[in-house]
Design a protein around this ligand. Structure first.
Ligand SMILES: [Zn+2]
Length: 479
């Protein structure tokens, strides 16, 4: 008995020793080396043009009847006016409802690069803003307005860089395409129409770069310092509806279980048993890259992800939030509907959920898992809309190296890392025609700034507009 106990203690100590040794050997990976970017940009001009872009109310609504087409046209005319050289040197096509595709011929058409952005924005609640969201107020070193961060700044950065390079007589080594949608925020079809067009013309982009990660701080517990997150994949998405049909009738003599009661039970069953833990490649690579920069205690965890997976599973189940969303398919119940009157049973009661599908799962497999958890044939589960998980891109490729180097030139102190995007972006359509689809918004964003995206008081420090232009200059010069 004593020997068995001692044996167990020794085993445990050996295990702890193994974890410690692995954590001690878990040192930062070599980052790409790049000198600081030496070129010049006209930051004032870029800020003035971004200001004009903000003043176009290109607001997307789920109900397209609320949209102002004139404002979208005004935005497109603004591009023609402010970027005359781009319009002279590139073939411009309007595709789908609001897609804009620029083709800038290079010396070679074999390995084209696509730079993406979108020019629509989400609505803004004017009453809650310190400065009106569509006036483009510049004050105390900030440009205020809806779309400054998401993502007219990258569109502006791309156009400014192209205009400046053409002015210098620069011809890219390979073809460059600029792809801008005007309905990204409502998952419109413009980007998909652009991809259809490229596909039918046999264009296979060597690299596609869209909005996504940024240079941020405090993304991973225990890791301080700046991290440049480049999305190499994104989760899928499903709109799910659960419904129970009842007999209606008066509420004075209820059955044992009401339709609302059944739905509530189903919701509780799903929330009590989160979907399985699984570290998709981009999430694992992110923990493996950034975890090496963590203080010792959390590094113990990051260095031993495979050994401690059950612990991480348990921890993220309890905490929820961003870190949990990286590691499993999440189900968020957001809408409920039942009777209009308190004394009448609803003929049908529904709850709806926003599901984000992790790699390794499909909408069908998630649906089956959810039905199993509900375990009630009276609850009908149906998909309303689905975006399946699209293929992920790898690191270690030439495009990955190029983006990493570009980042290190402008933000030399940041650690470049892959990551899994939780939100869906237009770039997913390009996975059809390109193996290298990367997602990085060329900005450094504070935690406070991140909160203003799709929120109130969205604004950008003026110097960050210039940094964005510099990044795209580098990317185009090396395309
Ligand atoms: Zn966006």
């Amino acid at each position: 008995m004593l020997y068995a106990f001692l044996g167990l203690v020794v085993l445990l100590l050996l295990f702890l020793l193994l974890l410690t040794v692995r954590a001690l050997m878990f040192k930062p990976l070599k980052q790409p080396v790049a000198g600081r970017w030496q070129g010049k940009v006209d930051g004032k001009r870029a800020a003035a043009n971004l200001q004009k872009m903000i003043q176009c109310r290109t607001v997307s609504h789920d109900d397209t009847g609320l949209e102002d087409d004139g404002e979208f046209e005004r935005f497109r005319q603004l591009l023609v006016r402010e970027y005359p050289l781009v319009h002279r040197h590139c073939h411009v096509k309007r595709l789908g409802r609001r897609g804009l595709l620029y083709h800038w011929p290079g010396r070679n058409a074999e390995n084209p690069t696509v730079f993406m952005s979108h020019y629509d924005v989400v609505p803004a609640d004017c009453s809650a803003w310190q400065h009106p969201p569509f006036e483009g107020v510049i004050q105390d070193g900030f440009l205020w307005g809806r779309g400054t961060l998401d993502t007219k700044v990258t569109l502006c950065g791309i156009m400014e860089a192209a205009e400046q390079l053409i002015d210098r007589g620069f011809v890219p080594a390979n073809d460059i395409y600029l792809s801008f949608a005007g309905d990204e925020e409502t998952s419109g079809a413009s980007a998909s129409a652009i991809v259809d067009h490229l596909e039918s013309n046999g264009v296979r982009p060597h690299m596609v770069l869209d909005e996504g990660g940024a240079v941020v701080e405090g993304v991973l517990p225990g890791v301080s310092g700046k991290c440049a997150l480049v999305g190499t994949g994104e989760k899928g998405k499903m709109h799910l509806r659960l419904s129970v049909t009842g007999k209606g009738g008066h509420a004075s003599s209820p059955p044992r279980l009401t339709p609302v009661g059944r739905l509530a039970r189903a919701v509780c069953r799903i929330e009590a048993r989160p979907l399985p833990y699984r570290l998709a490649a981009p999430a694992r690579q992110m923990l493996e890259t950034l975890g090496r920069h963590a203080s010792f205690a959390p590094r113990l965890l990051y260095a031993n992800l495979s050994l401690l997976a059950p612990l991480l599973d348990l921890f993220t189940r309890k905490t929820g939030g961003e870190i949990n969303a990286l590691m499993r398919t999440t189900v968020a119940f957001t809408k409920m509907q039942a009777s209009q009157a308190v004394n009448v049973f609803p003929p049908v009661a529904t709850v709806e959920a926003d599901v984000r599908i992790n790699e390794g799962s499909t909408s069908d497999s998630v649906l089956a898992q959810i039905e199993k958890r509900i375990n009630d044939p009276e609850v009908r589960v149906e998909k309303v809309a689905v975006i399946e998980v699209n293929p992920f891109s790898s690191t270690g490729t030439e495009p990955w190296q190029r983006v990493s180097k570009g980042i290190k030139q402008i933000w030399p102190e940041s650690v470049v890392s892959p990551y899994l995007m939780i939100a869906a972006s237009d770039s997913r359509h390009f996975t059809r025609i390109s193996e290298n689809v990367l997602r990085f918004s060329a900005m450094e964003l504070s935690t406070e700034e991140r909160k203003t995206i799709h929120g109130n008081d969205e604004r950008i420090p003026l110097e960050k507009i210039g940094d964005c232009v510099k990044f795209f200059l580098y990317m185009m010069e090396t395309s």
